[in-house]
Design a protein around this ligand. Structure first.
Ligand code: IPM
Ligand code: MN
Length: 364
């Protein structure tokens, strides 16, 4: 009954405004599946802060194996003011990333037409790069502990874990991605790390990067320290094509990236398991924004862009590209701003505009 659908999705709308932006992403998915004639089915899963408060568990027994059986996961947003910080992050987001071995965190940093950037004088053609963040190692492994906790002599340790396999698979994927992206300005992959201070872990990254670079003569293999990268992202974002980096640094620079591309209302990302049959998860970068819940003011562009990425990664490239084009039509010709409540349209009207733009493409 299931096998005849071309795309099987698990959808976790989540908390706060998560369900509102998810509804718009699904509206766009329905429209594009008709226009591009593919079938899909989805199962909505109730996980998130509300679910945790109701049941006392973040994910029930068997949830991970159930999720694994889908082609992909769409996540709206999780986060609830009554749930202690870290609970959903560790119990849901990181759990899914680690258990499903989604070892790539892919974050396009692209300024869409009509979108305001805080970087004076920068145009859409200047802000158009992609961050490939390693997504399963580093400080995110939860290795560490306390000694003499709660005393004046307390010691806390938090260990960064890097493995040859872990960095190699990420670096290799990034080289392949850079090659596929085929930037007409030249293919450049920049390793962002801190080899001058992290002389063990980032030495492993640097050596692995150089070794693999030998196999990709068509890609310029480049290196920036992470602090310098933050300067260049603000001063010369046009320098970058693709960045590959470690988990923690990637977390930090992708929030900087989200801001220069116009904010959390537009930034989307994917947690990718590139293995055949691997299950990947796509999400808007913004949180659950509880204070805007139910008002119809939250920006669904990031969620719709996440759906576009999901389709590109599940073999529906044309559908993904069309959504991405339609999003740019809407930001470029319709929306007044990308900020919640200032779009000039409600959340669902923005979804409608994207659908309209998709239909108009079909006629040309
Ligand atoms: C992200 C988020 C997560 C991370 C948090 C919520 C654990 O900030 O996806 O970038 O740090 O990876
Ligand atoms: Mn983050």
């Amino acid at each position: 009954m299931v096998a005849n659908k071309e795309l099987r999705l698990a959808v976790i709308p989540g908390d706060g405004t998560g369900p509102e932006v998810t509804a718009e992403a699904l509206k766009v998915l329905r429209a594009i599946s008709e226009l591009e004639s593919f079938t899909f089915e989805m199962e909505e899963l109730p996980y998130g802060g509300e679910y945790y408060l109701r049941t006392g568990e973040v994910l029930p027994e068997g949830a991970i194996d159930h999720l694994r059986s889908f082609d992909a996961i769409f996540l709206g947003a999780v986060g609830h003011p009554d749930v202690p910080p870290g609970t959903l992050e560790k119990g849901l987001l990181l759990e899914i990333r680690f258990q499903l071995d989604q070892y790539i965190n892919l974050r396009p940093v692209k300024l869409y037409p009509g979108v305001e950037t805080p970087l004076a004088g920068k145009q859409p053609e200047d802000i158009d790069f992609v961050v490939v963040r390693e997504n399963t190692e580093d400080l995110y492994c939860g290795v560490g502990g306390f000694l003499r906790k709660g005393t004046p002599d307390e010691v806390a340790m938090q260990t960064a874990v890097y493995t040859r396999k872990g960095c190699e698979r990420c670096i290799r994927w990034a080289f392949e991605y850079t090659r596929r992206r085929n930037n007409p300005k030249g293919k450049r992959l920049t390793l962002v790390a801190k080899t001058n201070v992290l002389t063990f872990g980032h030495d492993l990254w640097d050596r692995t990067f150089r070794e693999i670079a030998e196999e990709y003569a068509d890609v310029e293999a480049d290196y920036n320290h992470v602090d310098a990268c933050c300067m260049w992202m603000v001063k010369n974002p046009e320098y970058y094509d693709v960045i590959v980096t470690t988990n923690m640094f990637g977390d930090i620079i992708t929030d900087l990236g989200a801001m220069i591309q116009g904010g959390m209302g537009v930034a989307a990302g994917g947690n990718i398991n590139p293995q055949p049959g691997g299950c990947s998860m796509f999400e808007p970068m913004g949180g659950s924004a509880p204070k805007y819940t139910g008002q119809g003011v939250i920006n669904p562009i990031a969620a719709i862009s996440a759906m576009s990425m999901l389709l590109e990664h599940t073999g529906h490239q044309a559908a993904g590209r069309r959504i991405w084009q339609a999003v740019q039509t809407v930001t470029g010709t319709k929306m007044k701003s990308q900020a919640a409540g200032k779009m000039g349209y409600s959340t669902s009207e923005v979804g409608d505009l994207v659908v309209e733009a998709l239909r108009e493409q079909d006629q040309t």
